[in-house]
Design a protein around this ligand. Structure first.
Ligand code: AMP
Ligand code: MG
Length: 327
């Protein structure tokens, strides 16, 4: 860079100010931090980014009866139906991860997640019969996404998609994309455990990302990561679960058994995009540290940390590329 260009860059950088806004979407709070040249630019950017997140929620929610996701599960039985670009991107990525994880991650898990959601409400385990019936309606091999034709098809009626483990990460990516189109180069979007971020804040080396699972006195590992242009997702049983007879069942379900996970794992995944980091964190919770970290090591640019809590004893496992620099 020439010295005049450097000066112009420095002046521009110093005029950028931080702004922050929060809105409820997808059953959680989305927080956006960004650097803008004016209040007006910041507010316009917030409006556009939150509108994009709301649009994705309308398309991908399994809580909204008329979301595109729910409409397709009814109309695309045994006949491929056209789907939006957003649905094809998200459901297509989910299908690919199902292949890679041999079904540990499965977006067709809806019948089971709905059963477990009802169980949490009445504080009772679902019956073995109900679990078997719901399991019979699940299975990614009965879902067909055609990326070229932009269609989706289900083999059976009564199937139900649940994008709860992938939609927030994707929405964070898409919000960043909208912000970039409006000239915002440096932003961070956080939806509870799912974060995606663009360029570092002006004059800084990266966004400071606190890794919750490490915030423990006995965890001598990195607590704050300094990252830019990527995504970090954390999955764990801490937020939602069902406690019955001293056993804690996670909101993450093992598709092979139909049961909520009982192993206490907190998984943090770093990847290039939220569309990858979010479902990978969920997938690793099901796969466990050994198989999960081997998968992460096979994905370029991905890294993960798994903290297992066994009666208060924490075991930490890291993928080969997990950053080790302590801040
Ligand atoms: P996350 O908090 O990102 O780990 O996502 C958890 C949510 O994903 C749950 O609340 C369910 O809606 C859904 N889910 C649960 N188990 C699975 C699974 N094995 N594969 C895909 N999605 C799942
Ligand atoms: Mg997830």
């Amino acid at each position: 860079m020439s010295s005049s260009a450097l000066l112009a860059f420095a002046l521009f950088a110093t005029t950028l100010q931080p702004y922050e806004a929060v809105e409820p979407h997808m059953g959680t709070l989305f927080r956006i931090k960004l650097y803008a040249a004016s209040e007006q630019q910041a507010q316009q950017a917030f409006r556009a980014a939150f509108a994009r997140i709301a649009q994705l929620d309308d398309e991908l929610s399994d809580y909204k009866p008329d979301s595109e996701l729910n409409r397709l599960a009814r109309s695309a039985v045994k006949r491929p139906q056209p789907a939006s670009e957003d649905l094809v991107r998200v459901v297509g990525a989910a299908e690919q991860l199902s292949e890679k994880t041999d079904g540990a991650f499965d977006i067709t898990i809806g019948p089971l997640t709905h059963l477990w959601r009802a169980a949490v409400k009445v504080h009772q385990l679902p019956s073995a019969e109900a679990i078997a019936a719901a399991r019979a309606k699940c299975g990614f091999r009965k879902l067909h996404v055609n990326l070229q034709a932009h269609t989706i098809c289900f083999d059976e009626s009564g199937m139900q998609l649940d994008a709860g483990a992938i939609a927030k990460g994707d929405a964070a990516d898409q919000a960043l994309f909208v912000l970039k189109q409006l000239g915002i180069q440096s932003a961070l979007v956080a939806a509870s455990g799912d974060l995606a971020f663009s360029d570092a804040p002006p004059g800084e080396a990266g966004w400071k990302i606190g890794v919750d699972s490490l915030d423990r006195a006995d965890a001598p590992f990195t607590r704050v990561l300094l990252l830019a242009n990527g995504a970090v997702s954390t999955s764990g049983p801490s937020e939602q679960h069902l406690d019955i007879n001293g056993v804690r069942y996670s909101h993450i379900i093992d598709p092979r058994t139909g049961m909520g996970l009982t192993r206490d794992l907190t998984v943090t995944v770093i990847a290039a995009h939220g569309l990858a980091a979010d479902p990978l964190a969920t997938a690793l919770s099901v796969l466990g540290p050994e198989r999960g970290l081997a998968l992460i090591d096979s994905i370029p640019g991905a890294a993960a940390l798994v903290v297992q809590d066994e009666n208060g004893r924490h075991t930490l496992s890291k993928s080969k590329r997990f950053p080790t620099v302590e801040q």
